[in-house]
Write a protein that binds this ligand. Structure first.
Ligand SMILES: C[S@@+](CC[C@H](N)C(=O)[O-])C[C@H]1O[C@@H](n2cnc3c(N)ncnc32)[C@H](O)[C@@H]1O
Ligand code: SF4
Length: 445
């Protein structure tokens, strides 16, 4: 690939495809009515995943791009727990039968801000409407600076069996530059507290592309992470969008690594974890060989949903909380993102849905092709429809095949291994909402 082409491809804004169509393509044509009708269609014992979003933190990390806000007063948090409960009860009115929850995920923000008691209260209300499967995965995102032995025990008591810790980077200079001082000893104390409470399935989140990071400093962070032996690691590329995230203005852009340095960093993270016996999963995850995510990836059963890579194959995901997205067989719905407005809708007794999307057959087909590409780095179009049906898409791929990024043979599309990280470009070819992006590939040659 020429340097011009590499730079052009790197400059393109392509979605991360945690869904197709992406949340950016949802519209107000789908709202409360569809949400209620789709809930009514869920059947007795039908497997569902549940997601609860808690958009609060005690303070904001400079780099944070999540849907999170500072909560200074405890009453704000208590009110939010009450609103979540009310939202679940309102949705529950539309459930004619009891679905079975096979996954429950608390995301944020920092969901543990609800405290052991708040989390237990919300979980108890979920049990009024859903049967929890015996081996339900019950996961929570945790800030290691905010976990003590009591919280760990409370989490175990409500059935949490997987914790995802935001580690980001262990280097003290990087931690200072991102406004998140978190010594190794603090992470160690959190890990010990979780283990003692019986929560042994751990994910660590890392980020590359942060201020002052180098490939070498990241390698050291990875080695420290390896000593904890978490079963899964996610390493995301830092997304710097200060125009949209005011907190990111606290990061000096002069300290950010450039595109080449970011590439080198991502590569050094991959090498470090592979050397420690982890297997790569998708574009940004690593897992120990016995971890269910690694097993799913090896068996071609890896899936991708709003929380990223998963072995969860539920067709239905019900999201509660501000900005949460729900997925049904029929389409997607998304809750109002503004916390105040979200709360006001729930208080009025309305489902707080603001937009969504109803699938047609073409969307379903494209969603599966895009998910296959994102998970397996290859797809056999013949499994979906005669490859001739995709002649437009195959024509759009030509610049990428000419640049040696991807191969196409008899309808089988496969990423060239060293360019796997560019898989989103190939996915964009099948995205009817991103045709312009795909058309611009030819500008690179
Ligand atoms: C909700 S937070 C995790 C839980 C907890 N709030 C914490 O920070 O420890 C989700 C993860 O998103 C990642 N993240 C946040 N902002 C990001 C950004 N701007 N670019 C890339 N990844 C980001 C971080 O790795 C973070 O751990
Ligand atoms: S990274 Fe986590 S703790 Fe930091 S602001 Fe974002 S959600 Fe809150």
């Amino acid at each position: 690939m020429t340097e011009v082409a590499a730079r052009h491809y790197a400059s393109l804004a392509v979605p991360r495809y945690t869904s197709y169509p992406t949340a950016a393509d949802f519209t107000a044509a789908v709202g409360r009515e569809q949400y209620e009708a789709w809930l009514r269609r869920l059947r007795q014992g039908e497997a569902v995943s549940l997601y609860l979003h808690v958009p609060y933190c005690r303070d904001l990390c400079y780099y944070c791009g999540c849907h999170a806000k500072i909560a200074r007063r405890d009453t704000v948090i208590e009110d939010y727990a009450d609103t979540l409960i009310r939202e679940i009860r309102q949705a529950g009115q539309y459930l004619t039968e009891r679905p079975q929850a096979v996954h429950l995920h608390w995301g944020g923000g920092t969901p543990s801000i609800l405290g052991g008691e708040g989390l237990a209260r919300v979980t108890q209300v979920l049990r009024e409407y859903f049967d929890f499967s015996d081996n339900m995965e019950h996961a929570i995102e945790l800030d290691p600076r905010k976990v003590d032995k009591k919280l760990a025990r409370d989490l175990a008591r409500i059935g949490v069996n997987r914790a995802s810790l935001g580690v980001q980077d262990f280097n003290p200079a990087v931690q200072a530059a991102i406004g998140r001082i978190q010594p190794v000893e603090q992470v160690e104390a959190t890990v010990n507290a979780l283990w003692q409470a019986g929560i042994t399935s751990l994910n660590f989140d890392l980020i590359y592309g942060l201020p002052l990071q180098t490939a070498e400093s990241l390698r050291e962070t990875c080695e420290r992470v390896g000593m904890f032996r978490p079963s899964r690691i996610a390493c995301y590329g830092y997304a710097h969008l200060p125009a949209r995230r005011a907190n990111q203005k606290l990061i000096d852009p002069a300290t950010l690594p450039d595109a080449d340095a970011r590439f080198e960093q991502a590569h050094s993270v991959g090498e470090a974890f592979l050397a420690m016996g982890y297997e790569p999963v998708g574009i940004d995850h690593y897992a120990l060989p016995q971890d269910t995510l690694a097993v799913a990836a090896r068996n071609g059963r890896l899936r991708r949903n709003f929380q990223g890579y998963t072995d969860d194959d539920c067709p239905t995901l019900l999201g509660f909380g501000a900005s949460s997205i729900s997925q049904f067989r029929e389409g997607y719905t998304q809750n109002i993102a503004d916390i105040r407005q979200y709360g006001a809708h729930v208080a009025e007794g309305h489902a707080p849905v603001m937009r969504g999307y109803a699938f047609n057959d073409s969307d379903r087909l494209r969603a599966r092709i895009i998910e296959k590409l994102m998970c397996d780095f290859s797809v056999d179009l013949n499994e979906f429809a005669p490859a001739a049906q995709f002649s437009d898409e195959l024509a759009l791929l030509r610049p990428l095949t000419a640049d040696g990024i991807v191969t196409v043979q008899d309808g089988v599309i496969a990423m060239v291994p060293q360019h796997k990280t560019l898989v989103r470009l190939v996915a964009a070819v099948f995205d009817e909402f991103r045709r312009e992006t795909a058309h611009s590939f030819s500008m690179a040659i």
